[in-house]
Ligand binder design. Structure first.
Ligand code: GLV
Ligand code: MN
Ligand code: MN
Length: 415
């Protein structure tokens, strides 16, 4: 009998590729700034394609710039199993959020190519377009379009801060990859496995190597626009000011107080705050800020999210407030069969594991709507993520890729 595929997972190779990929968009602070559909991401995608070709995977791309690297199975007409994550990052992101999942998938696929038995189904390593949503909001765009959650036509006009549209940025990526095979958007898939760093301290505190992810917490996001009136800082008395910044600060303070919970389970973030005209001697006329609200309990996300418009109205003072909801995603649970498959693989390999939910969002959320989906976590040092200092250990990275390879091989061979 052939040795299990996990034995062919090469931890050194995976670690080397993690280092190599982190060069695309490397920051002085040791992190990565590789925004979705940027020149840095185009470079990183080319590196993925080159690695894929070396090991005999077929690269292809769809109209949303989701990138697939396919290992052909014995029955290639069957829907493939997808494994992967994303390679875009936050502006001051780390080396592993997303990139680990794509490169662990590439390593798992390579290990499977080295096994004498080809899997029954094809296995496609995938890098989803724009998971982070920091250049173009909201995130998880590629997986949303792939799964029919959003229409491609509806995301094309979204602009980044410089005014560049998703349409223009997509065109530059697809032009750079014009020699790749084109796939239809949203083809049938047999399942999806996403490996990812935990971005929390659950595994570290439990002393466990791998997390079997039970589900993803709920999330609502909003954009708030506060409109006042630009006026002269030296001449406008307080009584006549309509200062959008003062109003926005009062609104954010009211929101923060309302979202405070003693148990510290509500996640409430104002991460983007744009002041116009942002000049020292002009009373600000306009502020736009983001709200990111998350909780594991659907009722809590619904109840707190529903209060946001009224809280903004009450605290806006003399300015106007326009509140637009961008995203409303309920908490979800991954199927037991997928969790059992991952847990069984970890048990076979003697890798300690723990079932735990994901407080962070992932493309797996949307894939879950169209196919059996599961996630594998590895520990992330001190839970630090969305930060240049994000760190993992080589041993954990290898163990996670081994579990992924075993689970993927089993699912791709299932009847
Ligand atoms: C993903 O990066 C998230 O914000 O959860
Ligand atoms: Mn991620
Ligand atoms: Mn992220």
């Amino acid at each position: 009998m052939a040795a299990p595929v996990s034995q062919r997972v090469d931890g050194d190779r995976l670690w080397r590729r993690l280092r190599d990929l982190a060069r695309f968009g490397a920051t002085r602070g040791g992190g990565v700034c590789r925004l979705a559909l940027s020149p840095e991401e185009i470079g990183a995608r080319a590196a993925l394609v080159a690695w894929a070709r070396e090991i005999g995977l077929q690269p292809s791309v769809d109209a949303a710039a989701n990138l697939f690297l396919t290992l052909e199975g014995r029955e290639p007409q069957l829907p493939p199993l997808l494994i992967g994550s994303h390679i875009d990052t936050q502006p001051s992101g780390g080396k592993y959020d997303g990139a680990y999942g794509v490169l662990a998938a590439l390593e798992a696929a390579q290990a499977i190519t080295e096994h004498p038995l080809r899997p029954r189904r094809s296995i496609a390593v995938v890098a989803w377009m724009n998971e982070e949503g920091s250049r173009f909001a909201p995130g998880m765009m590629g997986s949303a379009v792939f799964t029919g959650k959003r229409r491609l036509a509806d995301i094309l006009a979204i602009r980044d801060r410089s005014g560049c549209t998703v349409e223009a940025a997509l065109a530059s990526v697809l032009a750079a990859e014009r020699e790749l095979m084109r796939r239809p958007l949203g083809f049938p898939v047999a399942g999806f496995l996403e490996a990812h760093i935990e971005q929390g301290v659950g595994l570290q505190e439990a002393g466990c190597t791998v997390g079997v992810v039970t589900g993803i917490q709920g999330k609502r996001t909003f954009r708030v626009e506060i409109l006042g009136e630009e006026s002269h800082a030296g001449t406008t008395p307080r009584s006549r000011r309509r200062d959008a910044l003062s109003s926005a600060v009062a609104v954010v303070d009211a929101l923060q107080r309302a979202m405070w919970d003693a148990a510290d389970t509500v996640r409430f973030t104002v991460g983007m705050f744009d002041v116009s005209p942002n000049a020292p001697s002009v009373v600000p006329g306009r502020v736009v800020f983001s709200i990111d609200l998350r909780h594991l309990d659907a009722d809590v996300v619904a109840m707190l999210g529903d209060r946001i418009p009224q809280l903004c109205e009450r605290a806006r003072g003399r300015c106007t407030a326009a509140i637009r909801e961008r995203l409303n995603e309920v908490p979800l649970q991954f199927p037991h069969a997928m969790r059992a498959c991952i847990a069984a693989a970890a048990t076979r390999l003697g890798v300690s594991h723990l079932q735990l939910p994901s407080p962070a969002g992932h493309d797996a959320r949307y894939l879950h709507c169209v196919c059996p989906t599961g996630m594998i976590f590895i520990p992330c040092k001190d839970g630090i993520s969305h930060n240049e200092a994000e760190d993992i250990s080589e041993g954990d990275a290898t163990a996670g890729a081994r579990v992924l390879a075993e689970a993927a091989f089993e699912l791709a061979n299932a009847r």
